[in-house]
Design a protein around this ligand. Structure first.
Ligand SMILES: CC(C)(COP(=O)(O)OP(=O)(O)OC[C@H]1O[C@@H](n2cnc3c(N)ncnc32)[C@H](O)[C@@H]1OP(=O)(O)O)[C@@H](O)C(=O)NCCC(=O)NCCS
Length: 156
């Protein structure tokens, strides 16, 4: 598939917001989703996401088809945890338009995210994925990611 990767522009923002919100909502554990509606989640999530989307330290990579249609995007930046002094590249989100799925778009976006991280000097790329997101977990596993820590929960 003919794919071009470019940096996102202001015109891409609406689609990126909409798609990111969709993934966040879909990936919520069902027992948590029962306690609020989507609009409440969006109000809570927006300021956190705004920081990531607007930080000049991060990169939003857009995959375009030959007709300049948006096939998908990846949001990449850096992160660190209290468990290690070494910062690492971090993929905040990857999304591919439903009609373009299973054609290697996400794989290309992850490769571009990796290039960006190498250029920043990071020696490792990490991400977080919902346990229920079968497609994303398969993508990351196919791309060489392995589980490092597992975030667990149970209702009270
Ligand atoms: C997850 C997602 C980004 C994958 O995008 P994609 O462009 O379809 O993925 P690719 O075509 O690059 O797939 C690469 C490999 O990942 C695996 N994979 C991707 N989607 C899969 C699925 N639905 N089921 C099983 N394996 C899958 C396969 O190994 C695939 O290689 P193959 O097609 O040669 O078998 C896409 O399904 C999506 O946008 N989902 C909604 C948003 C989302 O959940 N994002 C992740 C947030 S953490």
């Amino acid at each position: 598939m003919d794919i071009r990767i470019r940096e996102a522009t202001r015109e891409d923002q609406d689609l990126i917001w909409k798609a990111t919100m969709e993934t966040v909502w879909n990936d919520l554990p069902p027992d948590e989703r029962r306690h609020f509606d989507r609009a409440t989640l969006e109000r809570h999530f927006r300021p956190h996401a705004k920081q990531v989307l607007e930080s000049t330290d991060n990169s939003i990579l857009v995959a375009e088809g030959p007709d300049a249609s948006i096939l998908g995007y990846a949001i990449v930046g850096s992160a660190s945890t209290m468990l290690s002094p070494v910062p690492f590249g971090f993929v905040y989100d990857v999304w591919v338009a439903p009609e373009a799925r299973r054609r290697g778009v996400a794989r290309r976006l992850l490769a571009a995210a990796e290039d960006w991280c190498r250029a920043q000097g990071y020696r490792k790329l990490k991400l977080e994925v919902a346990a229920s997101n079968v497609a994303a977990r398969a993508l990351y596993t196919a791309d060489g990611f392995a589980e490092e820590r597992i975030f667990m929960g149970r209702p009270l």
